[in-house]
Design a protein around this ligand. Structure first.
Ligand code: SER
Ligand code: ZN
Length: 510
């Protein structure tokens, strides 16, 4: 993509230009074009691609009107701010201080290959756009503060991303087999959810993708948790924490979820006031009609202030945000099992395997890159032992699109995140005989410096801080296990049967 930036700006000073000041300013412009704007530009770059002040500068009372033009190097707005920095001390000698910068017309043109049906997205700051002959011209309305905030650069990157997405639209998620357990004894070919419903172990709850788990199902959940504690997170030295389950925007802004998670959020709103009299008619409406007055409730709430727990680990990070961690407390190893995660799933809701409300143990660790990678490796070993020798599952693992990319709405392989070889997500999948398909039932990820960077966490030694996480889905473990082993506990692998005990039935419905 060939880029051009053009910007008109008025630099307003505290006093009118004297002939001497004008002369000094002209000399400065000349010098900036020759030297200042060339700084940091790689050798061999075409002069026309580098920012410069073009046209004739205009001096009007205490305002200096300039036009900046550039290609991809020392972009017009960068040139403007470099010039401002340079001009201040020089004109200071004439008792002229910079008061303000008024930004006039700002245009970006992008020349390259556009997919046939490319439509310019609706983006903030863009007040006009024309696409013709392979050149997209964008007119921006921006302030100097917006330019300092690098709005034009962000717009360009975003448009490029959209072009790429439109070009490779059908590109699917990355998936590459790592390990396969081979066949294991199967005792069952039914859908485990239907079988559990039939035996009264679970019932569908009133909300979308939500279940009520009876004692029998919870016996399994707790046995699995016990296995995870005894065999995996206990021996590897993880300590329990409680992460919040209401996630405010500020967390998702730093975690990257604010880039793309909107279609799947369960949003959270708060009452405009705690005052009971403000809500009395809403309550009365229900008392009289038997209906909840939802339409009116919408007018009486604020927010959304955020959403319900989605990925489970992001709300941990404010605990370490802005801190420098002592070398000897690393690697930090924690886990959370204090509540549900919520996702507004697509039509694919199925049984307890794909739900809007689910239960998961989230394992999280951080330290140096070496420590982070080593813990991931040890987790892989511990998981393998559990699936092979305790649950006796038919399972496999695969390298997939990192979850943090997928959740930001990006597809493709991990190379697209520009991250190193070891960074990424490994999915663990179990075979479901009833549907002859594979179910992802947990993952392990090395997330590189993404989270420490996003939440500004450092290490005493100055080494780069990395983190990893692993989500263990209890519904998914249950579905995988029951789909292969059935619901008769006599047929289960011994250790599991012993831990779960005989499923207890409390309810007799007449
Ligand atoms: N946070 C990771 C995810 O959402 C692991 O649970 O997939
Ligand atoms: Zn996580």
């Amino acid at each position: 993509m060939q880029l051009r930036f053009r910007l008109e700006a008025g630099l307003r000073f505290s006093a009118p230009f004297t002939p001497e000041a004008e002369l000094a300013a002209r000399a400065l412009i000349d010098e900036a074009n020759r030297v200042l704007f060339m700084r940091g530009v790689p050798k061999g770059v075409d002069q026309a691609d580098v920012g410069r002040i073009t046209g004739t500068p205009e001096f009007r009372e205490n305002v200096l009107l300039l036009t900046f033009e550039s290609g991809a190097y020392t972009r017009a707005h960068d040139a403007l701010f470099r010039f401002r920095k340079q001009v201040a001390p020089t004109l200071g000698k004439f008792r002229m201080g910079i008061r303000e910068i008024d930004v006039g017309a700002y245009t970006i043109s992008m020349k390259g290959d556009f997919p046939e049906d490319f439509r310019v997205p609706n983006l903030p700051f863009i007040t006009g756009s024309v696409l013709s002959d392979g050149t997209l011209t964008l007119s921006l309305t921006v302030s100097a503060a917006d330019l300092e905030n690098r709005i034009p650069d962000r717009l360009v990157r975003l448009v490029e991303e959209k072009i790429e997405a439109a070009t490779y639209g059908g590109k699917s998620e990355h998936w590459e087999l790592v390990f396969e357990s081979g066949k294991k004894p199967r005792h069952f070919t039914e859908d485990p959810t239907a079988a559990m419903v039939e035996r009264g172990w679970i019932k569908h709850a009133p909300a979308r993708g939500q279940w009520i788990f009876g004692p029998q199902a919870v016996q399994l959940f707790r046995a699995f948790e016990q296995i995870v504690v005894d065999e995996i997170i206990g021996p590897l030295g993880f300590s329990e924490m409680v992460f919040p389950k209401m996630v405010p925007w500020e967390v998702w802004m730093r975690s990257g979820h604010a880039k793309g998670v909107y279609p799947e959020i369960y949003y959270i709103c708060t009452p405009k006031t705690r005052d009971a009299s403000y809500w009395e008619d809403i309550a009365d409406y229900f008392k009289v009609t038997g209906e909840v007055w939802i339409e009116e409730i919408r007018n009486r709430i604020d927010g959304p202030i955020g959403g319900m727990c989605y990925a489970q680990c992001p709300p941990f990070w404010p605990f370490v945000q802005g801190e420098t961690l002592a070398n000897d407390c690393l690697p930090i190893r924690v886990f959370d099992r204090s509540g549900t995660s919520h996702r507004y799933e697509s039509g694919g809701i199925h049984g307890i395997e794909r739900v809007d409300e689910f239960h998961r143990i989230e394992v999280l660790w951080l330290g140096t890159a070496e420590q982070t990678v080593e813990i991931a490796d040890r987790l892989h070993e511990a998981y393998t032992h559990v699936f092979e020798n305790i649950l006796e599952l038919e399972w496999r693992s695969a390298q997939v699109t990192p979850w943090f990319m997928a959740q930001e709405g990006m597809v493709g392989d991990q190379a697209a995140c520009g991250c190193g070889e070891r960074i990424g997500t490994t999915d663990y999948e179990a075979f479901l005989p009833y549907s002859e398909s594979w179910l992802e039932f947990q993952n392990v990820s090395i997330n590189g410096d993404k989270y420490p960077k996003g939440f500004n966490v450092k290490i005493q030694s100055g080494a780069e801080c990395w983190s990893g996480c692993s989500g263990i889905g209890l519904e998914r473990w249950t579905a995988a296990f029951l789909a292969q082993k059935g619901l008769d506990y006599e047929k289960w692998p011994e250790k599991v049967a012993k831990l779960v005990g005989e499923p207890k039935n409390l309810f007799t419905f007449l």
